[in-house]
Design a binder for this molecule. Structure first.
Ligand code: PEP
Ligand code: MG
Length: 718
């Protein structure tokens, strides 16, 4: 009070009003504001004040005060977890002036159980009472006044994802809550914590305190990764081959970087948003990734990066926290995720992991409650396997262009692109055909009879050609043409707006042999695995359709190719043909497009890009400001814009189904893995969502939440 230029008031009323005013004012302090922003608590809610009589924990050695959790908030283990101080008031525990002691006996002779056994026994009784009464893990504040226990406050305890899963499943086993309640107790996004490798909190904090925080960017791929800096994809591959962990640092990534991204343990870009290429690919691969770290300047010429007066060179260690979006200089240790060790690596037997058992149980309950199907976006047999292990019911998007960057394919792809005539193009495609067929065979084997949606080539061709001088020369040699000719081809393919240019089905229409080859590879692969006794369900998907004419023309090509292959193999493979809906016009004209179509899959990345007119790859320069200013509530590339893009989704679903009853409708843009968007897709009546393999568990739980909260809402209004 002196600090504020007033002396402490003697009048208890004045004291009380002072305290009440301070609580109300605290609603507007920066910490509270940040908290509301993070947890989406509306500004207009305001706060309340409870005035109650005080008890005293500082009346001597038979008095004490403390805080307790009815279970461990970090792990969820059912143990009484907390701290107390003898002869003290509540503030003393929180302020950390004296070191508190544990509640349960720990052999130190200082625990509450050892020093005040009767009070401890009473607290244990209270713990059971409040848990039974509130049917959730509680966070308690208590005071012991001359041996008597008073409860000051109890509320649902905040907990990690690990604890949320364990507490929910344990409480079902204890008969405290139902399975449906357990499903609703875990926020879908919390499951990400169970999958991501982590930096131990202590080490990270020490590094931040030590001035090693280089930048904060957008958390695009959760997890912790630590490796040596590489500034180009080629260097990343080279360094990884030598056995070094690598963090690939780029201004932004392009499909050319795929191999480098694959070789890297972590990816960092200084530009781009959460559906930029780097983010989408990193999440698909389950890689740790931070994007849009704009504070960092990458100096490719000097092979170094700079930020906050720190400099790092190629080969230096960088630690990337993709869960928080932080980038730190130097090496931090990481801990692998227990669930992944059991489920994917197989290095931990399931019976040794109660956490894994709880995770699986919770997801099985979620499956029992959801209506939406959950598929995965997967481009390789390895991705497909991971997707299946996480419970994906099919593949909702296989981006075939990612296969084109495989080690020995890119040369054939480039030959196809630089070809002068259709005959030369077909020659190059003939080399690609068996490779694509092998890719699809691998995926069909992994997925068995689950549907596999394969999208025909989508990106503009120039993305497959080199642009830097040295790379142009090297590629020209590989292709057996002059550098000048290659440069000429690169120039001729350059576009002012490639995202709106010669890509998607426009390629398939102008170079039909490209799509024909891909479709042939799909049907030959399906026939091959059918000979092994499997029953694959291929679904051919046409990208970037805007008109009925485009779709119908390509549908005829697919049917014709299927018929040809069936004639050759003597086996007619059942299949479906559908389209992506990612251009606003396609959404509006859904009825006529649906007429000949078996399914729609919303490409909400492009649909958002084209509805707003915001470039997916450049929006990072203004989107954060828009969100900060409240012009947009969220990044529309992360969470579906319900009133705008969402309306197009609803319109297309209704019109499509009206014209074609039973039309299957899904979504395969990044929104398919976002819980809030999933709630919307459930309400819009979609059949399934498709997301990266590492988000399948999140999507299963979110789909259950969507169904259960509708159920609850319906029963409370009935
Ligand atoms: C989309 O646009 O939402 C989509 C899934 O396709 P891509 O991200 O490959 O453009
Ligand atoms: Mg798209």
């Amino acid at each position: 009070m002196r600090r504020r230029g007033a002396s402490f008031p003697d009048d208890p009323r004045e004291q009380l009003w002072g305290a009440i005013g301070a609580v109300f004012r605290s609603w507007n302090n920066p910490r509270a504001k940040e908290y509301r922003r993070l947890y989406r608590i509306p500004e207009e809610w305001g706060t309340a004040v409870n005035v109650q009589a005080m008890v005293f924990g500082n009346r001597g050695e038979r008095s004490a005060t403390g805080v307790a959790f009815t279970r461990d908030p970090a792990t969820g283990e059912k143990k009484f977890y907390g701290e107390f101080l003898a002869n003290a008031q509540g503030e003393d525990v929180v302020a950390g002036i004296r070191t508190p002691h544990p509640l349960a006996a720990d052999g130190s002779g200082k625990s509450l159980e050892e020093t005040m056994p009767a009070a401890y026994a009473e607290l244990v009784r209270v713990r059971d009472l409040v848990e039974k009464s509130f049917r959730d893990m509680q966070d308690l504040e208590f005071t012991i006044e001359e041996g008597r226990v008073y409860l000051l406050q109890t509320r649902n305890g905040k907990r990690t994802g690990f604890a949320a899963v364990r507490v929910a499943t344990d409480m079902v086993a204890e008969g405290l809550i139902s399975e449906k309640e357990a499903v609703l107790r875990v926020e879908p996004e919390q499951l990400v914590q169970l999958l991501a490798p982590v930096f131990p909190a202590k080490e990270k904090e020490a590094a931040v305190q030590g001035g090693r925080l280089l930048a904060r960017g957008l958390p695009a791929g959760p997890g912790a990764a630590c490796g040596r800096i590489a500034f180009t994809a080629d260097r990343a591959v080279e360094m990884a081959r030598k056995g070094d962990p690598v963090v690939l640092v780029r201004v932004e990534t392009s499909p050319e970087d795929i191999a480098g991204m694959h070789a890297a343990v972590g990816i960092l870009t200084t530009r781009g948003g959460i559906t930029s290429h780097a983010s989408v690919v990193a999440r698909g691969m389950g890689k740790t990734c931070v994007v849009g770290a704009g504070e960092i300047t990458v100096d490719e010429r000097r092979h170094e990066l700079r930020a906050r007066n720190l400099t790092a060179k190629e080969g230096d260690f960088l630690s990337v926290d993709g869960t928080a979006g932080d980038v730190l200089l130097g090496q931090l240790p990481t801990q692998p995720s227990e669930v992944l060790r059991v489920l994917v690596d197989g290095t931990l037997p399931p019976e040794k992991s109660p956490l894994f058992a709880s995770f699986q149980r919770l997801l099985e309950w979620a499956d029992g409650s959801r209506r939406l199907g959950v598929r995965a976006n997967a481009d390789t047999p390895t991705d497909a396997r991971v997707a299946r292990l996480f419970g994906a019911e099919g593949i909702g998007l296989c981006r075939t262009e990612h296969m084109f960057f495989g080690e020995n394919r890119i040369v054939a792809v480039r030959q196809m692109i630089v070809a002068d005539s259709e005959a030369d193009r077909r020659k190059a495609l003939a080399k690609l055909l068996p490779m694509q067929r092998e890719d699809f065979i691998g995926i069909f084997r992994e997925m068995g009879e689950r549907p596999v949606t394969i999208r025909l080539l989508d990106p503009p061709l120039h993305e497959f050609l080199p642009h830097e001088d040295a790379a142009v020369k090297k590629t020209a040699e590989e292709l057996g043409i002059t550098a000048e000719k290659l440069r000429e081809r690169v120039r001729s393919l350059a576009e002012a707006n490639p995202m709106l240019g010669h890509r998607g089905c426009r390629l398939g229409i102008t170079y039909p042999e490209i799509y024909e080859t891909q479709v042939r590879a799909i049907f030959e692969a399906a026939a091959a695995v059918r000979r092994e006794g499997l029953r694959p369900s291929p679904e051919v998907m046409i990208p970037l359709v805007g008109t009925k004419g485009e779709f119908d023309r390509l549908k005829i090509m697919v049917d014709e190719t299927a018929r040809l292959v069936a004639g050759e193999t003597g086996d007619a493979v059942p299949y479906r043909v559908g389209t992506m809906i990612e251009i606003p016009r396609a959404a509006l004209r859904a009825a006529e497009i649906a007429a000949n179509c078996d399914f729609f899959s919303f490409g909400t990345n492009d649909l958002t890009q084209m509805t707003y007119g915001y470039s997916r790859d450049d929006a990072a320069s203004f989107l954060p400001a828009y969100i900060e200013l409240g012009i947009l509530p969220d990044d529309p590339f992360g969470t579906i814009d319900q009133p705008g893009v969402g309306e197009l989704v609803s319109i297309a679903t209704e019109r499509g189904r009206a014209a074609k009853p039973g039309l299957k409708v899904g979504v395969c843009g990044e929104h398919g893995g976002d819980p809030r968007s999933i709630t919307f897709f459930h309400g819009a009546g979609l059949d399934y969502v498709s997301c990266s393999p590492f988000r399948v568990a999140v999507a299963r739980l979110a789909a259950a939440h969507a169904a259960l909260s509708k159920e609850t809402a319906a029963s409370s209004t009935a």
